[in-house]
Design a protein around this ligand. Structure first.
Ligand code: ATP
Ligand code: MG
Ligand code: MG
Ligand code: MG
Length: 433
């Protein structure tokens, strides 16, 4: 992509209400623009990152055996009356009325809808178990939208729903999602702490939240320091034994921690940190299948309400969480896995025909090799180009200037370490392709 043709409105100033670093950097790097309180437009660079996060989430859901579908954002109030949640949900639900005076709502979640869809198409025990998911926009009319996309009103969520014949099946579906979550967050370059969560109004008996450690997190966590010893490699290869190990280790949100009579972790091993909730899984049993009249014939001719679970990931919130976890004074430092482009190619002298011809040629080679490249071909000062590349945080910067070309070298900079190397063009391209 040529920057001269792109839409990348980077800025130096950020509004006063942008308090936390990820919010500031998302605005400065031209990733998003707020269009109303808690509602954001995703600009081209931000959209590329969002799609990458979404794709990693999708791949791990698929690997866990979940099946993707897409449900609408607008739902009918009647659906929610069946479960009894229409009145219970409160002012976080955005309620709408259509021209025929029918009550509608913008979905904050999809338990009712998926239960209906699956119920109406399911005949017998042979149709179970199934886990279905979608990645769709949600709306929650948060009292205080803040921290940019971290607590938006409109936000992108992956929500999965499992249906099993019995509690043992539900436990397996829950564990498969738990594994998928550990792998997903590790692939995103994040250390996520699974925290035993209260089940609250959604009911049921098993629930975990996944938190990214960051000073700006809205939750206060207490956990066993041994959790910090779990390595990224272990999480990438997570399986049932990883879950067994992790869930044995103590981790609670402050409110729950205070209720614990005697903390099982010795004081020197108890960590207190702030966390950002990026995922949440629930096993809630028959709450919706029972209230929405979903029963199924078992192998021995009996009838049961399927055991259900639901599993959310805040896809758009993750972008903020990744930036909180990975930035420096100059800007964002994207993990390779979600970087909007892998390489920022800088032509230091767009007014120099030979330098521009060389840079154009390198750009073509990178494109041909399938390396996602943002090519700064604008006629601007070198300093401004470096600052732009640093703030948008692409993993590599490849700098082409007349002096280097005379010596037959280009400069390659790794954004994360700041390390710069002068290399022959061939060596530099070999590194990047
Ligand atoms: P929170 O405690 O932050 O309000 P929640 O517990 O209400 O979140 P869930 O119902 O568990 O949220 O939804 C699943 C996931 O959706 C959350 O773990 C979070 O990552 C994401 N999410 C929830 N609310 C928002 C929001 N307002 N903006 C962005 N992401 C959100
Ligand atoms: Mg909430
Ligand atoms: Mg929560
Ligand atoms: Mg939650």
């Amino acid at each position: 992509m040529r920057l001269s043709r792109y839409f990348l409105p980077v800025t130096k100033e950020t509004p006063a209400d942008a308090q936390i670093v990820s919010h500031k950097l998302m605005l400065r790097a031209g990733l998003v623009r707020q269009t109303a309180a808690g509602i954001y437009a995703w600009l081209p660079l931000g959209l590329r990152v969002l799609k990458k996060i979404e794709q990693i989430v999708r791949e791990e859901q698929d690997k866990a055996g979940a099946v993707e579908l897409l449900m609408p954002t607008i739902q009918s109030a009647d659906l929610w009356r069946q479960s009894g949640r229409y009145d219970a949900y409160g002012p976080e639900m955005l309620r709408l009325v259509d021209r025929h005076e029918r009550e509608m709502l913008y979905g904050p979640t999809n338990e009712e809808m998926i239960t209906t869809i699956f119920r109406d198409a399911t005949k017998s025990y042979r149709d179970l178990p199934r886990t279905l998911y979608h990645i769709q926009w949600k709306f929650r009319d948060e009292v205080r939208p803040r921290f940019g996309v971290m607590r938006g009103r409109e936000f992108l969520m992956k929500d999965a729903y499992s249906f099993d014949l019995d509690e043992e099946g539900l436990k397996q579906s829950y564990e498969a999602m738990f594994v998928a979550y550990l792998r997903t967050f590790a692939r995103l370059g994040l250390q996520a702490v699974p925290v035993r969560a209260p089940t609250g109004p959604i009911g049921g008996d098993l629930s975990h939240e996944f938190h990214i450690l960051a000073e700006t997190g809205e939750s206060q966590l207490f956990y066993d320091a041994a959790i910090d010893d779990v390595t990224r490699e272990e999480l990438l290869a997570a399986d049932a034994s990883t879950i067994a190990r992790l869930t044995r280790l103590y981790a609670m949100e402050a409110e729950e921690h205070e209720k614990v009579a005697e903390c099982p972790v010795p004081a020197e091993r108890l960590r207190s940190r702030r966390g950002i909730e990026v995922g949440h899984i629930f096993a809630f049993g028959t709450k919706y299948s029972a209230s929405m009249g979903f029963s199924i014939q078992t192998a021995d001719g009996g009838q049961v309400h399927p055991q259900m679970g639901s599993y959310g990931i805040g896809v758009s919130r993750l972008m903020g969480a990744i930036i909180e976890a990975s930035h420096d004074d100059n800007g964002i430092v994207w993990p390779d896995s979600v970087a909007p482009f892998q390489v920022g190619l800088i032509n230091m002298r767009a007014d120099d025909a030979a330098c521009s011809a060389a840079a154009d040629n390198i750009y073509k080679q990178l494109e041909t090799a399938g390396v996602e490249t943002l090519y700064d071909d604008r006629d601007e000062r070198g300093g401004a180009k470096f600052a732009t590349m640093d703030v948008i945080g692409l993993p590599w910067q490849l700098v082409i200037g007349p002096k280097g070309l005379e010596k037959g070298v280009v400069e390659l900079k790794r954004r994360a370490s700041g390390e710069r190397e002068e290399l022959s063009l061939e060596t530099a391209l070999a590194r990047l392709t």
